[in-house]
Design a protein around this ligand. Structure first.
Ligand SMILES: [Mn+2]
Length: 327
């Protein structure tokens, strides 16, 4: 049987793909994302088996993706492992889904009997990379390892690949080595890249602390020059608001790409989607972590509206921004 693995190119996706690759030693691995998934599923035509890991269903493409997979599921073995919020109660026999997990934990659990038990640390690198080290399965797996070594390796992996955002050949090499359970600190120049990324992050952290703007419920930075998801986290922390946003201008499209992070007190993904759509953009993600894109000339209207919506949600829960502990 020949196998195609489609996975996300972030830390959780690399670890998910590595776990699937450890099970199917001759599998081909391709990196995909919610928007290019329909095109990438077509490559499955040549294979007997398709494994999809850690790729969210895009709201507007979910129907297309489901139809494509339903159609080929008669002739092929298909498993789709994901933890992102599902559009409208989507369910299918090929779908393994749990929002209280992450791609690599789901992949490890699904293939557990075929995997060496020591591969649980690869699942943990993915869980830590996706901030899901408190998920029920992760809390059990972490006890099999020394926490300090585990988090050191997970940090080396996630910081190290920050520098190689679009270098898919490099990421494929990392995935292959993770599939053999090699330590991230021994893979290529990940250690050196992790040091470089940490240095850049430190400069970013300092810029965000100095330039963060505060609204009632959200704190934001615009063009902080650096990793946008990290900037959103630091905006939340230094802005001392339940929601942090980083907006990064993209000249060729005249839009802002945004990254949003919140505290557990506010599930913001649906509010983010509604506000973004209201101003001609789009957005979504997890309750505490999301992103999107807003037309450049509507950014400040979007921020004001989103700030109001967050305020309303917190008021509904009997909370105000001031009483929400951050940090
Ligand atoms: Mn993930």
């Amino acid at each position: 049987m020949t196998t195609l693995i489609l996975t996300h190119a972030d830390t959780d996706g690399l670890c998910s793909g590595a776990l699937a690759r450890a099970v199917y030693g001759d599998a081909r691995v391709m990196f995909s994302n919610p928007v290019s998934l329909p095109a990438d599923i077509r490559y499955a035509g040549e294979y007997d088996r398709l494994v999809v890991c850690d790729i969210a269903f895009d709201l507007s493409l979910a129907g297309t993706v489901k139809k494509m997979l339903d159609e080929i599921s008669g002739a092929k073995e298909i498993v789709y492992l994901d933890h992102h919020p599902l559009p409208r109660e989507l369910s299918a026999p090929w779908l393994v889904h749990d929002t209280d997990s992450c791609g690599s934990l789901l992949t490890f659990d699904h293939f557990r009997r075929a995997l060496d038990a020591n591969m649980s640390r690869v699942a943990m690198y993915g869980a830590i990379g996706d901030y899901r080290d408190n998920a029920p399965l992760a809390r059990g797996l972490v006890r099999r390892w020394d926490k300090r070594s585990l988090y050191y390796q997970a940090g080396t992996l996630s910081q190290g690949i920050e520098m190689a955002r679009k270098d898919y050949d490099y990421k494929r090499l990392v995935l292959e080595r993770l599939a053999k359970n090699e330590l991230p600190s021994e893979i290529g120049d990940l250690s050196r890249q992790a040091v470089a990324a940490s240095r850049l992050e430190e400069g970013l952290r300092d810029r965000v602390e100095r330039t963060v703007e505060r609204m009632q419920n959200i704190a934001y930075v615009i063009n902080p020059e650096g990793f946008i998801s990290k900037a959103a986290i630091y905006a939340r922390i230094y802005g001392d608001r339940p929601v942090g946003i980083c907006a990064d201008y993209r000249k060729y499209r005249d839009v802002y790409d945004i990254s949003v992070r919140s505290t557990p007190e506010v599930a913001m993904n649906e509010l983010l989607n509604a506000s973004a759509v209201r101003f001609g953009g789009y957005g979504g993600g997890h309750p505490m972590a999301g992103g999107g894109r807003i037309p450049a000339d509507r950014l400040h209207q979007f921020l004001a509206d989103f700030d109001r919506q967050i305020g309303r949600a917190l008021a509904g829960k009997g909370q105000t921004a001031i009483s929400v502990a951050t940090g």
